[in-house]
Design a protein around this ligand. Sequence first.
Ligand SMILES: [Zn+2]
Length: 188
Amino acid sequence: MREMPEINHCIPNRNAFWCAKCFTHSQFYLESERDGTPRYSCRECGFAMFRPGEVVPWMNGLLFGTLLLGGVGVSLLPHELETYWQWSPVCLAFAGFFGLIGGMMWFYMRKYFKWSLRQSLKSKNALEQEADVHRYIPNYESSEEFDIWALQFLAQSDLQELHDRFVQSQPSVDKDSNDSLQLPPPNY
Ligand SMILES: [Zn+2]
């Protein structure tokens, strides 16, 4: 059962980081690559997560570039066999490079598209139940990382309400609590 019914990590959100292994918007560890670019790793499986809405324009651009450069390279090839300057190998090499990266993006985006379609066919209740029993269930914590994650789904004011709810529900420390450790009387 979820402790945060405000957030359903099983509802597709193109602008939220998604894990292609867990098939959900799991929480992440925000780390830095060597060159300083941020890396969002899934807390459940460690896989690098991505924002579908951010990847789509890159993927389309790279695949379009692959087609364009591939087409130019192939059409130039027969005319350049005898010439000194040959642009077709350069075009084909770039087409291959773009195709590799664009293809990899397509591979993972296809998983997201399929999942998103499957989820869109489910009722709201079914999605709520799925989120309650999913093998990965997000946990509340008070941290900057948590806020970045939660703000993908909630407005700032809703996030504040969530924090308030958890702060209020924390058990107050009672000095006369019966839970204190009871030592047995010493045996002399
Ligand atoms: Zn994962």
